[in-house]
Design a protein around this ligand. Structure first.
Ligand code: NAD
Length: 487
């Protein structure tokens, strides 16, 4: 049974603790990709609004309560925000599914829990960040202070609109920074709602500002703003490269979480039923619009034909459905443009010589929506474009290999290095291959697991810096050395 949808209020910018219209009065529409209907209108931030938000964040950091607050009090407020996320789980999950098209099952069971988990986990760190005393010279007292950076600009994509707020804002705020966050124009609803909940939790005005708008306008203004100390970006490689270049003008710190083309390697000695489940959820979870999707499946030659046959069967059973139906496991792609891109890639794969063994078509649900079938391209060669470039949709490229060296060589022969999977019953092989893979995450006999306590980020073209885990706190703090002369 589908959920009944309550009407969604028009979205505003959240600047300095208030829900406001854009200075220009401009708005944009956000649409439900499953029904093709307009959901509501959203205030569209321009450069002037971004400037106001940055000034509010600056004041809250430099003069205001956040910079001066006791870490234990910051921790209490962030923990409360985590509680409020759980208390509003149903509403947040519905907004996410309407805006993005992902199944309500995922929004409820995964996304909401991850966001709450981030605020809970990082609230614990607020009171545990410390420097060191060092022994440089008996005549001096020398120590280090671990300090926040100041104002963090967070720019996030449309595939995990709510989770990304948790990934970026929770550690940045826990470390004592203030934040201006720009959600993707395609999916602004949950970020705005989380901004409201932050105020309800008692997080002071100006500490977390939300400025939905276009990347080339609001995003660009945030990156160029001289009073922003750091940009934490998750999104496409091209935009990440542009941000890195632009941020050089103001010598901003940058972390980039970019795309992926992650190898999921199935050895013949694996539990093949488990590997089959991991291969399918590895690509079809989140409609394949997942940076870490296991989009290149490497299968050992001796089990290749049998495995591909079962994979095709399983993919054919993973039919797109109404995202609001709790039983649905494959939702709608985020918009028509993305659907066109994905269908174009399937065509490219077939032209390149890949064999289409499942899916390949648009499949509307109730006559509407940007749904694409779970698609498997077999007999792919690693040099093909469908094996090298990110598709960002439910399309799996399957490549045969012979033995460990060939698997590792093919796995690493790609621009990206975000994630990877290894399926084997051989413990030694699991560890050896994990070490040889050039990727920020290796999952062994599992795929697509995340936790606020485990760092996540890229090697190679997938970017640098880490979200999540204790390591990511280094991305939001800097070290000051203090020397005191005792003579
Ligand atoms: P995108 O790069 O088009 O947009 C990401 C964000 O950047 C959006 O908020 C957008 O408005 C903004 N932006 C666009 N142009 C900008 C500019 N000139 N200046 C400043 N900001 C600008 O990416 P997308 O299409 O929204 O998301 C999909 C991409 O994100 C995929 O490549 C995916 O792999 C990547 N991604 C990576 C991770 C990760 O953790 N590595 C996670 C999720 C998504």
């Amino acid at each position: 049974m589908s959920e009944t949808l309550a009407p969604v209020r028009p979205g505003k910018l959240i600047i300095n603790g208030e829900a406001v219209d854009a200075a220009s009065g401009r708005t944009f529409e956000t649409r439900n990709p499953a029904t093709e209907e307009r959901i509501t209108t959203i205030a569209e931030a321009g450069a002037e609004d971004v400037d106001r938000a940055v000034r509010a964040a600056r004041a809250a950091f430099d003069d205001g309560p956040w910079g001066r607050m006791r870490p234990a009090e910051r921790a209490r407020l962030l923990h409360k925000l985590g509680d409020l996320v759980l208390a509003n789980a149903d509403e947040l999950a519905r907004l996410e599914t309407m805006d993005n098209g992902k199944p309500i099952f995922e929004s409820r069971q995964i996304d909401v829990g991850m966001v709450a988990g981030c605020f809970h986990y990082f609230s614990g760190w607020a009171s545990k960040l410390s420097g060191d005393t060092t022994s440089v010279n008996p005549s001096f007292f020398t120590y280090t202070l671990r300090e926040p950076l100041g104002v963090v600009g967070a720019i996030i994509p449309w595939n995990f609109p709510m989770i990304m707020v948790g990934w970026k804002a929770a550690p940045a705020l826990a470390a004592g920074n203030t934040v201006v966050l720009k959600p993707a124009a395609e999916t602004p609803l949950t970020a705005i709602r989380l901004g409201e909940l932050a105020l309800e939790a008692g997080i002071p005005p100006g500490v977390l500002n939300i400025v939905p708008g276009r990347g080339t306008v609001a995003g660009e203004a945030l990156v160029r703003h001289p009073k922003v100390d750091k940009i934490s970006f998750t999104g496409s490689t091209e935009v990440g490269q542009h941000i890195m270049r632009t941020a050089a003008d103001t010598v901003k710190k940058v972390t980039l979480e970019l795309g992926g083309k992650s190898p999921n390697i199935v050895f013949a000695d694996a539990d093949l039923d488990a590997a089959l489940r991991g291969a399918t959820t590895g690509i079809f979870y989140g409609k394949g619009e997942v940076c870490a999707a296991g989009s290149r499946l490497l299968v050992e030659r001796s089990v290749y034909d049998e495995f591909v046959g079962k994979l095709a069967e399983r993919a054919k059973k993973t039919a797109p459905g109404d995202p609001m139906d709790p039983k649905t496991r494959l939702g709608a792609l985020v918009n028509e443009k993305q659907m066109g891109v994905v269908l174009g890639w399937i065509e490219t794969g077939v032209k390149e010589g890949a064999k289409l063994v499942a899916g390949g078509q648009r499949q509307p649900v109730n006559g509407k929506g940007t749904f694409v079938q779970a698609t498997v391209l077999a007999d792919v060669q690693n040099s093909m474009r469908v094996a090298q470039e990110e598709i960002f949709g439910p399309v799996l490229a399957v490549i045969p290999f012979e033995g460990v060296d060939d698997a590792v060589a093919k796995a690493n022969d790609v621009f990206f290095g975000l994630a990877s999977g290894v399926w084997t019953r051989d413990v030694k092989k699991a560890h050896v291959v994990s070490r040889r893979l050039r990727a920020g995450t290796v999952w062994v006999n599992m795929y697509n697991y995340y936790d606020p306590g485990m760092p996540f980020g890229g090697y190679k073209g997938s970017g640098f810096g880490r979200d999540l885990g204790a390591d990511c706190l280094h991305e939001y703090t800097q070290i000051k050395s203090v020397w005191l002369n005792l003579e």
